[in-house]
Write a protein that binds this ligand. Structure first.
Ligand code: F6R
Length: 614
């Protein structure tokens, strides 16, 4: 979270920085700021709220310069105020710094600097780091390496996570970036170089990207760059072409990224599936698993680690993989996994799922798993992300950039990949070719079924209008539709701020049924199997207590009139794709519900797209 972008080149830095911030705004949008090196001083503009506010104030406060850094903030330490907004200026006005992450020992460092007589203008841990660099600089002799040496001395004193970009007044042609725990990437263009927290910030301007590893530091000039370790040893710079993805991040005819990404799902899933089936038509073929066949065939347990929506996709995977491959599966909140003394149970595989590939809780869970010697696989959407680089193998989602803070197409592709993984594992173990074939056919047919459901978007909008006054809602489902109920509730609450809870349908009578009244609608997601009768009985229990019921049900399941006020129909489909289909109307329901309340669905309050703090 928090977006960083720095520019150093021939152009004036304003346009590349403001454009970069707009592209990074999904990472945090509490406040935004910018600083330019103007030769004898830094000029700065900082505003609370969105990048648009900042763009206006830059026009008034800053003059053209070709070196600058900028930041869009998701607040960790300190309230959302101008003084807490990055960039931070050091006590001696010599350094400006932008930071993503959390300096855990900032209190002790602040006391150390205060004892030296240094004052602070903000409540942030980031200003402490800026002043620490300035302090070391003041103690070093003059010389070519003084700037980089000051950074090298300050960073090892910091505990926690950082991705930083920093400028020094005495070095008008240099920008330094460094990372530990928070992503940072260098962009290389024609006579211009960039530092950013993700490559989307410089798409269209830089040709190549170099992803920094933890503990690395980049020293940039307009025509040159050098990457070293913090200790000063040369590090290898692996360059990657910057994808020409600019049109994918444009809104086109849509009003919001969330809506665009919901409607993109048929194509997104097409890409997830493309070329990933075996020639005999009975199994899936996931390149990232190659070389691990023996380990996968002999697994005793799978542990999924993920957060939020990605975790719900893993829970869908839990049902499917246990059914298809008969391997015990556990799904952990990534943030809990690393602090548990989980017993080592035979040959375990840890699968980390993360759209961004940068969620710190998930990365730390992977690191912990590796410490314990477990095989780790990653499912992620972002090529070259930390997750992709740190796991032993893995699979890309290939759904294109997901910009809307509320995850939609990423969930569908993660659940689809879990089904594909279940199929591959099943076929390696004891799933029959016939069963394999029917699953392959179901997966190949998924994009068309998704289109069919999305074509009924208007019906969902009408249902959202009908229920949009509700402040409390329940979402209920069984088996692999239970995680869909959780996901439906999460989507609704995160973008509409209505209170929603997801439960297994049968759990209702063990407590939540107390909430039922005419103002608390229940959304039931009905299975397409023998359990549907039990879910329908649960719906009737709600109706008997005057609770409104909206049912999401497959065509082939009859819903008695007295059991539901409204029914949204899904096509009958194989169990491996049902959770993905059932989730689509819930995404649209949340979207319309929030829009009817006049809310910004792409940037819900307090949230950020990529959560790079613990
Ligand atoms: C909800 C949402 C979050 C993310 C979670 C994990 O709509 O987007 O719950 O799913 O923060 O993010 P990734 O998948 O990037 O690890």
């Amino acid at each position: 979270m928090c977006g960083i972008v720095g520019y150093l080149g021939r152009e004036t830095a304003q346009a590349p920085l403001i454009d970069g911030l707009r592209r990074l705004e999904y990472r945090g949008y509490d406040s935004a700021g910018i600083a330019f090196h103007e030769g004898s001083k830094f000029s700065m503009a900082r505003e609370t709220g969105r990048v648009n506010n900042l763009a206006e104030s830059v026009q008034k406060k800053c003059s053209p310069a070709s070196l600058g850094i900028a930041h869009t903030r998701w607040a960790t330490h300190g309230a959302v105020t101008v003084s807490n907004t990055h960039p931070h200026l050091s006590y001696d006005d010599k350094f400006v710094l932008v930071h993503n992450g959390v300096i855990e020992n900032f209190g002790a460092l602040k006391r150390f600097l205060s004892d030296k007589g240094i004052d602070f203008a903000s409540e942030t841990d980031s200003e402490v780091l800026c002043n620490l660099i300035a302090f070391h600089y003041s103690e070093l002799p003059e010389g070519e390496n003084r700037f980089v040496d000051a950074v090298r001395q300050a960073l090892p004193q910091c505990r926690g996570a950082y991705g930083i970009a920093v400028l020094c007044l005495d070095y008008p042609d240099t920008m330094i970036g460094a990372r530990r725990g928070s992503p940072l990437v260098v962009g290389l263009g024609d006579e211009a170089n960039f530092i950013a927290s993700d490559a989307s910030a410089f798409v269209g301007r830089a040709k190549e990207a170099v992803f920094l590893n933890d503990g690395e530091l980049a020293v940039l000039q307009a025509n040159d760059f050098r990457i070293t370790t913090l200790e000063g040893q040369e590090a290898t710079a692996v360059t990657h072409p910057v994808d020409e993805v600019s049109e994918e991040v444009e809104l086109g005819d849509f009003d919001s990224y969330m809506e665009k990404e919901i409607y993109e799902q048929p194509m997104a899933l097409q890409n997830t599936l493309l070329g990933r089936f075996g020639d005999d038509g009975t199994t899936s073929k996931l390149g990232g698993l190659e070389g691990h066949e023996d380990e996968l065939r002999n697994l005793d347990r799978i542990i999924f680690v993920a957060c939020g929506t990605a975790r719900h996709a893993c829970m869908v995977g839990e049902y499917l993989i246990e059914r298809l491959a008969r391997v015990p599966v556990e799904v952990e909140h990534a943030s809990e996994f690393r602090y548990r003394n989980s017993p080592k149970a035979g040959k375990s595989l840890v699968i980390a799922v993360s759209q961004s590939g940068e969620t710190l809780d998930t990365l730390e869970a992977v690191r912990e798993a590796k410490t314990k010697g477990l095989l780790t696989l990653g499912i992620t959407n972002v090529v070259g992300s930390s997750l992709a680089r740190e796991t032993d193998g893995g699979v890309y989602q290939r759904v294109g950039p997901e910009i809307g803070v509320a995850s939609t197409k990423a969930f569908s592709s993660q659940a689809c990949l879990c089904a594909m993984l279940g199929l591959a594992l099943g076929r390696m173990r004891d799933l029959s070719p016939m069963d394999g074939q029917s699953i392959v056919e179901a997966l190949k047919g998924l994009p068309d079924l998704v289109s069919e459901v999305l074509q009924k978007g208007e019906q969902i909008r009408e249902l959202a209008i009908k229920y949009s006054k509700a402040e409390h809602l329940l979402f209920l489902g069984r088996q692999s539709l239970y995680p869909v109920a959780l996901e439906g509730a999460l989507k609704l609450k995160e973008i509409s701020y209505a209170h929603a809870e997801g439960y297994p349908a049968a759990e209702l009578k063990h407590g939540p049924i107390a909430l039922i009244n005419p103002d608390c609608p229940s959304v039931f997601i009905v299975e397409g199997n023998e359990l549907s009768a039990k879910t329908i009985a649960n719906m009737q229990e709600v109706k008997a207590r005057k609770g409104p019921v909206l049912a999401i049900a497959p065509d082939g399941i009859e819903i008695p009139e007295e059991a539901a006020d409204d029914v949204f129909r899904l096509p009958d489909a194989h169990e491996v794709v049902r959770p993905i289909l059932a989730n689509l109307p819930l995404q649209l329901f949340a979207y319309h519900f929030a829009r009817l309340r006049g809310l910004d669905v792409d940037k819900p309050r307090n949230l950020a797209k990529s959560v790079t703090v613990e």
